[in-house]
Design a protein around this ligand. Structure first.
Ligand code: AVI
Length: 328
């Protein structure tokens, strides 16, 4: 078994504060519509809560995508072929990643994630399941081009970005990410990417506001994280989780709504909110076949194949990094 090896790239100041986290929170809270980027949900507690969300009866995306991965094994093997280094953007799920790896016989697995402890645990778990497969975890912010381990340099690549995480970005950021992925993986690489589909509003809102309150905990954990890591005193109990459908942008939005007037400080800066005002914490865009193809093309990826689950709730797309000259 190859020992997983991490590469630490997150920047911290002398007191151990993640400087990018602090900048995003301070900038976001200073906006007229307060907002914090969704990527900061995923500390260890947030990553665990997200795992819990994937098991909820209302949260269909994980089950739907897993169904596609189970059913598509033969076609993945044909279209992707063996011997690729699978580069997963995110530390991987214990169910989905093994399904893909078993289907295509890869020659290495490189999980990329910003949450280091979770990454190392997921990588060790995977290495135990696939004893002959070299696993090279990289702790990195994959929104930018990532330097892959030298060990996979000469190998053909398959990017894997399941879960419709691309939907958590606005179009411009999603396009930037797809371009970064293309730079990370190189021309000729393949990308297997999940994109959730537009459906009935009631089903969508329920998936992001479950009866057990797990998504509410996930959303509120962001405030706990800010309090813990950024010397803040946000009165978390004064905030309520809310999921809204935004039809203009075809997305679910998550907000933390102040239930009363509040004031608090974060890293020495004071902020105030009136009752009803919200912090916008997440967008989860939903797609059609055409909008997903257009997004991929904008990021430099040529759509090659597409699968949906039996209820057409979720899609998985295979795309190829085209050469810069191939567009007319
Ligand atoms: C990670 N991402 C694709 C999830 C989603 O569905 O947008 C995050 C999530 N937020 C609330 N529930 C799940």
């Amino acid at each position: 078994m190859t020992t997983p090896k991490g590469l630490k790239l997150v920047e911290r100041d002398a007191t151990g504060v993640d400087t990018a986290f602090r900048a995003d929170v301070l900038d976001g809270l200073a906006e007229a519509q307060k907002a914090v980027p969704a990527r900061w949900f995923y500390d260890d507690a947030g990553s665990q809560l997200f795992e819990d969300i994937t098991q909820l009866p209302e949260y269909y995306p994980t089950r739907a995508e897993t169904e596609i991965l189970r059913g598509g094994a033969k076609e993945f093997a044909e279209l992707i072929g063996p011997g690729r280094a699978v580069v997963e953007f995110g530390s991987g799920s214990s169910v989905k990643t093994p399904l893909l790896l078993s289907a295509i016989a890869p020659s290495a697995y490189v999980p990329l994630d910003i949450s280091g402890d979770f990454l190392r645990a997921a990588a060790a778990d995977l290495a135990a399941k696939f004893p002959g497969l070299p696993v090279w975890p990289v702790e990195a912010d994959f929104m930018r081009r990532v330097e892959l381990p030298g060990e996979v340099e000469g190998l053909p690549k398959l990017g894997f970005f399941p879960g419709s995480t691309i939907g958590n970005m606005v179009a411009r950021t999603a396009t930037d990410l797809l371009r970064s992925m293309r730079e990370t993986l190189g021309v000729g690489a393949l990308l297997l990417i999940g994109m959730d589909l537009i459906k009935d509003e009631e089903l969508l809102v329920a998936a992001y506001d479950d009866a057990a309150g797990t998504t509410a905990k996930f959303n509120l954990n962001l405030l706990h994280r800010i309090n813990r890591e950024l010397q803040a005193d946000i009165p978390v109990a004064a905030f309520k989780h809310e999921a809204r459908w935004n039809d203009t942008y075809a997305r679910i939005e998550m907000h933390l709504v102040a239930q009363e007037d509040v004031s608090f400080s974060v890293s020495g800066q004071r902020f105030g909110m009136t009752a009803g005002e919200s912090i916008h914490t997440e967008n989860s865009h939903k797609f059609t076949r055409r909008t997903s193809n257009t997004l991929l093309a904008a990021g430099g990826w040529e759509p090659r194949a597409r699968w949906t689950d039996s209820e057409e709730r979720f899609s998985l797309l295979l795309a190829e990094a085209r050469s810069p000259r191939s567009a007319p």
